[in-house]
Write a protein that binds this ligand. Structure first.
Ligand code: SF4
Length: 888
């Protein structure tokens, strides 16, 4: 196996967060840390990193790590844990059959891990009950690609975004969710101002700042919009007849449906004006080089697959695919969503883009694996898998590298389903998550910086993740854990890999078999890599049928992976979100990500600067809706669906349209009292892909009126138990937002319990007995150890200066005022995480100095000059000032 690097030697690896797949140079310091910078030679990012990637070095300490196997909470030797897992899975299979067991895996796994898990489940245990959290992310695109192209293939490359004359972003807040790709696009637009960007999203997001045209369409109306575009493609003579004739079927049927999409009808469905719709169509039609980028706003829908195919229809009709600067382009959420798709990580796919339901594919893989027990059909998709666990059909469940008790829709029911399963194994790097709390057996896996293998990014580029730290404690690579269980279950020869390189070689060799069966995923040119060559493998785009002749664009000359080699256009009909609004449930809840956190924050919450950007769970609500509901800015709001209730901080903004609200999905029971957003989301799914509709849940809102609000700082982890709390890490403190439904009888005693401080610690307090106003500081050796400020309204403390003073050891009494630095201005919400610069500071500089460009603000304040992830937000702040600047 690849050994970790010696201290001081930079190691080229890949970022473990989003699907851009940036290259990282990590230089270990010899003490468990590492200096991080972008890899200038990696073709995904050419040295850039976003805020999350830049902060990777702050997330690799061992705090909270799972470092030894545990059985029923007690440390256990590896051999005992492996034997127990193998015995319980074998027993369940013997008594109830192979479909009584399941794996739920993750786009965080490396391709080698993913391959091993799929081989064990689909080839040896004999069931397809292995699904992945990519079901929540990309499943609609997988099915859409397969329907149109015959295979799950992204045709283009990142250069296409830079070479396009028009880039259309659909359901994609690229600025926050794929920041480096957004930066590449922004740089290209700066270099070629004639390039047009269209942003199609119900919300106004950071991405909107780059757009020449923003279409804030009604949630779920994308098919209607792209049907109209297809209609206009034909009406304005933009069909590429020779491409369609040579390479496409289904054109007449698709057009027959698209011709029904009149401008009037499209405007009614999308809520857009005819002028906006026409402007979009003209931008698309007048430029041949068009790339349509799409992401979760398309995928996470009960009509997700049709949305994907509506986009693909337009590119196929015009032949704008697989050529420089043009094509449909799905961007994946996770670092290895694509690698997972390549190994058949979904319950509905087989290795190397083959299909379980095709007998020749099954037989080809079975022969290659010498597999004793291939399933005859697809397994349970994620939502169904946990329903099967809830109703007792699943007797043994292994969850790898993911946190479904938070991230799946109807998450409370999912947590109950996991708890109900007779035997649950969780392999993870973190000891305490909402999901590990439900496990019978915990298996410690190696994490980023320790593990070795490959990942594939959104443009089909395979990169090495290389280790630069030793495996801590008893942690092992996932592929090794899976192989050990496979061997213990009775198949030692099939899982006898001596290294991750050996797993990769087998995967590459199988892709050659798949290619001979008509599959497009072929990396057989890499099947003879020696261990040293594998260690040194440069980023390479597939297909790689011959070593040294990699990748590039696909489908420009046809050659689709269908039996007749032709792509399929499909007749598509608009369908509204599955659950309609009603007087009882009048708002659509849209969910998504914030810029600086990742998934359920098990890693990013360790970084103080990442936590500074958005420190608590929140709800964006339009000012008109907030006023009608009696919700004031910065107060708390109760968000209720038929499945659960959350309590969130209200951000009143017209970024979100009337009738719709937005909440991020990162907060868990570990980081907030009632911020688990996916508990609110119903498990409606796309009928073809099984992907949940995570952006259209009907909810209702009401003010959450606590008896008091609080803000606290503490040097040790606090123990909040109030009706509302949310905690975040600072450089040398924990920060907690609080609210309680009853005023404590003794504020000081309450604060001691909150901060877990004994009665011997000195308290300095100012308490208003008539109102819930308390100001309490605890002092140890002259230094403020903890601070609590409460009020009958949201606490008006300047949080950043207060936290700064707290970390600097300021005296207690000035801190009780909430303004320890006197009249020093409050920087406001953090915009630039790298330099800790807030919105108030930037706004003041714009107003005082007449700054009018992002560059000018960077020169004046430094904001936006490091990783650059905040530049779209700075641009948005500038736009807010434009009328004033123009008037001067
Ligand atoms: Fe990582 Fe950011 Fe690059 Fe995504 S854009 S891979 S999160 S550095």
């Amino acid at each position: 196996m690849t050994a970790p690097a010696p201290p001081g030697c930079p190691v080229a690896t890949a970022c473990p967060y989003c699907g851009v797949g940036c290259g990282v140079l990590a230089t270990p310091d010899g003490f468990g840390g590492a200096a991080i910078k972008g890899d200038p030679d990696h073709p995904a990012n050419f040295g850039r990193l976003c805020s999350k990637g830049s902060a990777l070095g702050e997330t690799i300490d061992l705090e909270g790590r799972l470092l030894e196997p545990r059985i029923n909470g007690a440390p256990a030797p590896w051999d005992d844990a492996i034997s127990l897992v193998a015995d319980r899975f074998r027993a369940a299979i013997a008594e109830h059959g192979p479909d009584s067991v399941a794996f739920y895996v993750s786009g965080q796994l490396l391709t080698e891990d993913y391959y091993a898990a799929n081989k064990l489940m689909k080839g040896f245990i004999g069931t397809a009950n292995i699904d992945t959290n990519s079901r929540l992310c990309m499943a609609s695109t997988v099915v859409g690609h397969k329907r149109a192209f015959g295979a799950d293939t992204v045709p283009g490359t990142y250069e296409d975004l830079e070479e396009a004359d028009c880039v259309v972003l659909v359901g994609s807040n690229l600025a926050w969710c794929h920041p480096v790709l957004f930066q590449r696009l922004a740089a290209a637009k700066t270099a070629r101002p004639g390039m047009k960007v269209v942003n199609i999203d119900p919300r106004r997001t950071a991405t909107s700042a780059l757009a020449d045209l923003s279409l804030r369409l009604a949630p779920g109306s994308d098919v209607a919009l792209f049907n109209y575009l297809l209609n206009q493609i034909e009406a304005e003579g933009a069909v590429d007849a020779s491409f369609v004739e040579a390479h496409v079927t289904g054109f007449p049927e698709a057009m027959a449906e698209a011709r029904r999409a009149t401008l009037k009808r499209t405007a009614e469905i999308t809520g857009l004006s005819p002028v906006e719709i026409e402007a979009f169509a003209q931008l698309w039609l007048r430029r041949e080089r068009v790339v349509t980028v799409f992401s979760q706003g398309v995928n996470q829908s009960s009509a997700g697959v049709d949305k994907v195919n509506a986009i693909l229809n337009c590119h196929l009709a015009t032949g704008r695919i697989g050529r420089p600067g043009m094509g449909p382009f799905s961007v994946t959420g996770q670092p290895n969503a694509m690698g997972g798709r390549e190994v058949g990580g979904l319950a509905t796919t087989l290795a190397c883009h083959l299909d379980l339901t095709v007998p020749e594919h099954r037989e080809g893989v079975r022969t290659f694996w010498n597999a004793p027990a291939m399933p005859q059909g697809n397994g349970l998709k994620a939502v169904d898998l946990f329903r099967a666990s809830a109703d007792g059909r699943i007797k043994a469940l292994w969850i790898m590298s993911t946190n479904p008790a938070v991230s799946l829709p109807e998450a409370d029911d999912v947590a109950a389903a996991i708890a109900a399963c007779p035997f649950v194994v969780v392999s993870d790097i973190i000891a305490d998550t909402d999901t590990t709390r439900l496990a019978d057996v915990l298996l410690p896996a190696t994490g980023w910086g320790e593990k070795s293998g490959t990942v594939t990014n959104s443009e089909r580029r395979i990169s090495r993740q290389r280790p630069f730290l030793p495996a801590p404690g008893q942690a092992r690579p996932d592929w090794r854990i899976i192989a050990d269980v496979g061997a213990a279950m009775g198949w030692p020869e099939a899982f006898a890999w001596e290294s991750e390189a050996a797993v990769f070689r087998e995967h590459a060799a199988l892709s050659g078999v798949a290619s001979s069966l008509g599959g497009d995923f072929d990396i057989s040119g890499l099947k003879h890599l020696g261990d040293a060559e594998y260690d040194a493998l440069d980023p390479v785009q597939w297909p790689v049928p011959h070593h040294g002749e990699p990748g590039g664009r696909l489908f420009g000359e046809g050659g689709f992976a269908t039996p007749d080699g032709r792509a399929r256009m499909l007749p598509l009909v608009h369908r509204a979100p599955a659950t309609p609004l009603s007087p009882e449930w009048p708002f659509r809840l849209n969910t998504g990500r914030v810029r600086d956190h990742w998934h359920t924050m098990t890693r990013t919450a360790k970084s103080a600067r990442l936590s500074a950007h958005m420190a608590e769970p929140y709800l964006e609500i339009h000012p008109d809706d907030a006023a009608a509901a009696g919700i004031e800015p910065a107060t708390l709001v109760s968000v209720e669906s038929p499945f659960a209730t959350a309590v969130l901080r209200a951000i009143v903004t017209d970024r979100t349209p009337r009738g719709s609200v937005f909440a991020p999905m990162h907060w868990t029971a570990i980081t907030a009292a009632r911020g688990r957003i996916d508990a609110l989301v119903g498990a409606e799914t796309d009928p073809l892909s099984g992907q949940p509709e995570s952006k259209a849940q009907p909810v209702r809102l009401s003010p959450f009126r606590p008896a008091w609000y609080g803000f606290a700082l503490s040097r040790r982890a606090p123990l909040p138990t109030t009706a509302y709390w949310a905690e975040a890490r600072g450089p040398a403190h924990w920060r907690v937002e609080l609210a309680g439904t009853a005023q404590p009888a003794d504020w000081v005693a309450f604060a001691r319990t909150l901060f877990d401080l004994p009665g011997t610690v000195e308290a300095v307090s100012v308490i208003d007995s008539a109102r819930p106003v308390a100001r309490i500081a605890f002092v140890v050796d002259g230094r403020t150890e903890a601070l609590l400020l409460t009020s009958d309204a949201p606490v008006e403390a300047a949080r950043a200066p207060l936290a700064e003073a707290f970390d600097a050891g300021a005296e207690a009494r000035p801190m009780l005022s909430g303004r320890p630095a006197g009249n020093r201005p409050d920087p406001g919400p953090i915009v630039c995480s790298c330099h800790g610069i807030g919105a108030n500071t930037i706004a003041a500089a714009i107003a005082a100095e007449g700054l009018s460009t992002v560059e000018a603000i960077g020169a004046a304040l430094g904001a936006g000059t490091a990783c650059g992830s905040c530049r779209p937000e700075i641009a948005t702040l500038l736009q807010a000032f434009q009328p004033e600047i123009a008037a001067e």
